[in-house]
Design a protein around this ligand. Structure first.
Ligand code: NDP
Length: 324
């Protein structure tokens, strides 16, 4: 089998497609032949070595994949069945999806939901799944289309793009924050009604004019601090990312004077029932046009170059990796 293999030499991460004996795959119940994977921000950090994602080398990265079960020692999965996987540390501490074959725990797999093929599942991937969890978090906090405008930061990225498309399709007025002029047409096509420059989110006071009923933040740091200061009384901010940094230079003011809720969103350890719910929602709530507008399809060999592009904020939307 072919796999993207990460090795370490003199503290540097080296990435290259290599032939691997299948016997080297980690032991687990289900063997999956992979058709599609994708590149997420975390994959880009791992492949470029810019983030401390991988602690044991060699490692096959790839935090998500879609494919077909070849062998299963677990009764829930049968050969020929289509499955997908996101998270659970796969591609971080267990060999992952940027390979022709993976061996994983049955508990980690999701049967491919009806109405979705493997390619579409990986256009969505971890990023899109996380966007859905963020939208669900806003809904659970009572943010409705009639509540007012909702903000999406890092809007042209994988999570941001999917959040814009989902929220627009659900009837929300979506305002997108982007650091790049070149993404504006794309964001309007996804459904953003307005676009605000990232530079407007550089500095903030503890409380500012109330502008947003809710927000999906993929950026963190000063941008998230500004979003919190501008969130309406009783609003909610779903925070899932750190593309701008992991700090949070804020005060308690939005929480204690405006009843603002800061809802963290993690996709890696999401329990199985919520996973199924989120995937079913994605089938229902993501418009067909999203799949054409938001994906750049690449091969396994191209993954290292595209990982660099993601880290350097040169990618747009989702990066889909065709494995077979
Ligand atoms: P992408 O690289 O696809 O998108 C990130 C976007 O953030 C970019 O497109 C850019 O948008 C913006 N951005 C990039 N660099 C900076 C910067 N220095 N300052 C401010 N904004 C910046 O990544 P993903 O969408 O895949 O992931 C987004 C974030 O969410 C990442 O931090 C990732 O780790 C996190 N994440 C978390 C998950 C969880 O389970 N909690 C799951 C998936 C992702 P623009 O150019 O439009 O401004």
């Amino acid at each position: 089998m072919q796999a993207l293999l990460l090795e370490q030499q003199d503290g540097k991460t080296l990435a290259g497609v290599k032939p691997i004996e299948e016997a080297m795959l980690p032991p687990a119940e289900v063997t999956v032949d992979i058709d599609w994977s994708s590149l997420n921000y975390k994959d880009a950090l791992a492949i470029t070595g810019k983030g401390k994602i991988i602690r044991e080398f060699p490692m096959v990265p790839g935090i998500d994949f879609a494919g077909v079960v070849r062998e299963s020692a677990d009764a829930r999965f049968t050969p020929g069945q289509q499955v997908l996987l996101t998270g659970w540390g796969v591609g971080e501490n267990h060999w992952g999806g940027l390979a022709e074959t993976a061996r994983v725990k049955a508990d980690w797999l999701v049967p491919l939901p009806q109405g979705l093929d493997g390619r579409q599942a990986m256009i969505i991937g971890t990023a899109g799944f996380t966007a859905m969890l963020c939208v669900m978090a806003l809904e659970e906090a009572g943010v409705r289309p009639e509540s007012g405008e909702v903000l999406v930061t890092g809007a042209s990225g994988g999570v941001g793009s999917t959040a814009v498309a989902l929220l627009h399709n659900l009837g929300y007025q979506v305002v997108a924050v982007s650091g790049r002029e070149s993404t504006h047409d794309y964001l309007r096509r996804l459904g953003a009604s307005r676009i605000v420059g990232r530079d407007e989110f550089a500095e903030s006071r503890p409380l500012e004019k109330q502008l947003w009923a809710g927000a999906v933040d993929t950026v963190g740091d000063k941008v998230l601090a500004k979003v919190l200061a501008q969130t309406n009384y009783g609003g909610c901010v779903a925070a899932c990312g750190l593309a701008g940094g992991f700090a949070l230079p804020t005060t308690v003011m939005p929480f204690i004077l405006r009843n603002v809720r800061l809802q963290g969103v993690d996709s890696v350890m999401t329990p199985a029932p919520r996973r199924l719910e989120a995937w079913q929602r994605l089938v229902r709530d993501l418009p067909a046009s999203f799949y054409e507008q938001s994906a750049t399809e690449i091969t396994l060999d191209q993954a290292p170059d595209f990982a660099e592009a993601i880290i350097n904020n040169r990618a747009q939307g989702r990066t889909l990796v065709k494995i077979r």
